[in-house]
Write a protein that binds this ligand. Structure first.
Ligand code: AMP
Ligand code: GLY
Length: 421
């Protein structure tokens, strides 16, 4: 088979490395890809949002399977556009990807179908939002832009003044553009967070092994929110009992709700959960693999990923038995100095020789480019240094050992991945 991966980050690199393990994969392309990905796939210079040229490339090259990994092209209908031309594509249609692209949609869906989530109100008028904040007079309070905002559209306000300021910056100053035309104001929840990615063909849902993301930039969960500074799998807070509760009260009801709404979700549905004192609740849905969750979940997948993708497209996931390796995996993100604010690009990375010299470690490239034989930094998150082992401690030791042998000027990483709540 000829496969085309759409995207350019560490998640896409992890997906590619898993797909090429399959006997069925003869050739894999990635558009646009990155420096590290170019060692595993043929990179094609088409932007991830360029639907027209992506479809043309897939047609011209007789691609058998297109894998759309990032949120924006899914929300913009890339899978629909491929299907229209008879090209098989993995990922939800736009009408189902809305579960991530609109928080108003997902919150209303959960309310309608009784799926546990934080209490909320929706506003399209900043004045009414401010009145509500004043009348509730409770902090912390969470203010969320409705649409996609590069993972930055959530503000946890510690004071009423901050909450009002958040409403202003999102709705009036349009900090996230049209994504902030509507907002959700919701109750602040507490408890450990768990990411559960699940395969679904719209009818059946098969959760993957759990994981935990560390979103803050610095140790002890300090600093700004980022796309994710590191992950571990399994998530130590996700017991079998909680997993069963989530399956019964969240996963199955969500899939059924989407089917009932005439928006069957096919692909990978990401459940961002919080294990609150009142049970597990949904913080957010994503319509795709998480990044860097994919980097710790996929290495633990034993079953052929190409077979799973095909079964999902053909709506016969019920027939596929999905197997996982026991043990654990850990991923430590090496980021550019300054990330998630401004940072430099084009800095040479040394010590990379594929796995940082540590047997069994895997280095997924997130933001790199290859120039004159040199690997250079080319993004905020640069590398996801990952290891698999029998225990989480061993996986972390291996990943950190590999991190220490890789360097670039200004490199920043957290030293407490897998160690904090
Ligand atoms: P999201 O972009 O929806 O994943 O939100 C980013 C982060 O904000 C989450 O991972 C949580 O840590 C936090 N968050 C979002 N909603 C809430 C909430 N209702 N209560 C507490 N924390 C929240
Ligand atoms: N790591 C969080 C996300 O992919 O949205």
């Amino acid at each position: 088979m000829k496969i085309l991966m759409v995207g350019s980050g560490g998640r896409e690199h992890a997906l590619i490395k898993k797909l090429i393990e399959s006997d069925k994969c003869d050739k894999i392309y990635c558009a646009p890809g990155n420096g590290g990905i170019s060692k595993d796939a043929e990179c094609v210079n088409i932007g991830a949002m360029d639907i027209e040229n992506m479809v043309k490339f897939a047609k011209d090259n007789a691609i058998d399977l297109v894998f759309v990994a990032p949120d924006d092209p899914l929300a913009a209908g890339m899978v629909d556009a491929m299907e229209k031309e008879g090209i098989r594509a993995f990922g939800p249609n736009a009408n189902a990807a809305v579960i991530e692209a609109s928080k108003v949609f997902s919150k209303n869906l959960m309310k309608k179908y009784g799926i546990p989530t934080a209490k909320y109100e929706v506003f399209d008028d900043p004045k009414k939002a401010v009145e509500y904040i004043e009348s509730e007079n409770t902090v912390p309070v969470v203010v969320k832009a409705d649409g996609l905002a590069l993972g930055k559209g959530v503000i946890i306000a510690q004071t009423i003044e901050d909450a009002k300021e958040a409403v202003k910056s999102i709705m009036e100053d349009k900090k996230f553009g049209d994504s902030g035309n509507n907002i959700v104001i919701e109750e602040f929840l507490t408890g450990p967070e768990v990411s559960v990615l699940a395969f679904t063909d719209g009818k059946v849902v098969k959760p993957m092994v759990s994981s935990k993301d560390h979103k803050r930039a610095y140790d002890n969960d300090e600093g700004l929110n980022t796309g994710g500074m590191g992950t571990v799998s399994p998530n130590p807070y996700y017991t079998d009992e909680i997993a069963k509760e989530c399956y019964d009260t969240i996963f199955v009801p969500t899939i059924k709700a989407m089917e009932k709404e005439g928006r069957p979700f096919k692909g990978c549905l990401y459940f961002g959960l919080m294990i609150t004192p009142n049970g597990p609740k949904v913080i957010e849905y994503n319509a795709r693999f998480g990044d860097p969750e994919a980097q710790v979940v996929l290495p633990r997948l034993k079953t052929d990923l190409v077979d799973i993708c095909e079964a999902i497209i053909d709506e016969r996931l019920a027939d596929v038995d999905i197997e996982w390796y026991d043990g654990a995996a850990a991923c430590v993100v090496m980021a550019s100095g300054g990330y998630p604010l401004s940072y430099k690009k084009g800095i040479e990375i040394t010590g990379l020789d594929e796995n940082g010299g540590v047997d069994g470690a895997i280095v997924y490239h997130a933001g790199t480019k290859l120039e004159n034989g040199k690997m250079l930094t080319n993004g905020g998150r640069v590398l996801g240094v990952t290891a698999k082992a029998d225990t989480l401690d061993e996986a972390l030791d291996k990943a950190y050992k590999a991190v220490k042998s890789i360097s670039f000027d200004g490199a920043h990483y957290r030293t407490d991945i897998g160690r904090t709540k």
